[in-house]
Design a protein around this ligand. Structure first.
Ligand SMILES: [Fe+2]
Ligand SMILES: [Fe+2]
Length: 269
């Protein structure tokens, strides 16, 4: 049992735990217990605990979003391999909850954090047809959210020399790549089923989603952070993120027929 803020994260045990770990045993063989916390200043540790505590929430949020997306895929009759992959990604994200929670425990425990799981579901227009609900979630969750988490994790991975943190970040990076590819694959399938108005609307949805993340690269650069603990907010990080917005988000959406307004995009970068 791991405690993250008010939340207890643990296993019921028995066949459900065995089944999950048969499919996803991503945490057990890492070198837990090898971190030397005395090598870090107190403020560095607190910052790392904040970042990784928030990470538990974002993994849960990704699980919820892909779960909603899988349901929308079913409702719009998307190809079954796409739907099964989406549902499988939900399991990836729950395995990440386990992995990230273990990191939180390892670095001294969670910081106070209101983790309200009953408010975690994204609100999409319930009146919209399933295809458009799926497209909206594919854009916000996969095309935007996951496309930004990949370079952020890679950057942290590059700056980390510690074997435990390298192992954790390696596993997260390995999984998140395909998560960012699922949205474009769905949009390529959905494209002939959509109108120009739908595509223009999705372009606005994408820009709104990018705007939510913009403080990550528009804010002050935090100096002197503990990069060894998987935290990477420096100058290089901001450049990495804006490059990802251009290449991974705008570029991929463009190839799916979704053209982001260049002026609004430039304002966000
Ligand atoms: Fe994840
Ligand atoms: Fe993910």
């Amino acid at each position: 049992m791991m405690r993250v803020g008010e939340l207890e994260i643990g296993f019921l045990g028995g066949w459900t735990e065995r089944r999950m770990h048969r499919r996803r045993r991503i945490a057990d063989d890492l070198p837990w217990g090898t971190l030397d916390l005395s090598a870090y200043r107190q403020d560095e540790l607190v910052h790392a605990r904040e970042v990784w505590t928030n990470g538990v929430f974002t993994e849960y949020a990704s699980a919820a979003a892909f779960s909603q997306l899988a349901t929308a895929f079913i409702e719009c009759g998307a190809p079954i391999d796409l739907t099964a992959t989406c549902a499988d990604i939900v399991v990836d994200e729950i395995a990440h909850v386990e992995l990230v929670s273990r990191v939180v425990v390892e670095i001294g425990g969670a910081v106070p954090y209101a983790l309200e799981l009953d408010k975690i579901t994204q609100l999409v227009d319930p009146e919209a047809p399933a295809l458009l609900r799926a497209a909206e979630l594919a854009v916000t969750t996969s095309c935007v959210g996951e496309s930004l988490s990949v370079p952020a994790l890679q950057r942290s991975r590059t700056l980390t020399t510690n074997p435990l943190m390298r192992g954790v970040l390696d596993r997260l990076v390995r999984d998140e790549g395909p998560h960012a590819q699922l949205g474009p694959r769905f949009l390529a399938w959905a494209n002939p089923r959509m109108t120009d108005d739908h595509r223009a609307w999705l372009a606005r949805v994408a820009l709104d989603a990018i705007a939510v993340y913009a403080p990550l690269w528009q804010g002050e650069v935090a100096a002197d952070v503990a990069n060894g603990l998987g935290v990477a907010d420096d100058d290089g990080y901001q450049g990495t993120m804006t490059a990802a917005v251009r290449d991974k988000i705008a570029g991929r959406l463009e190839r799916c027929g979704i053209h982001l307004d260049p002026d609004r995009l430039a304002e966000l970068l």
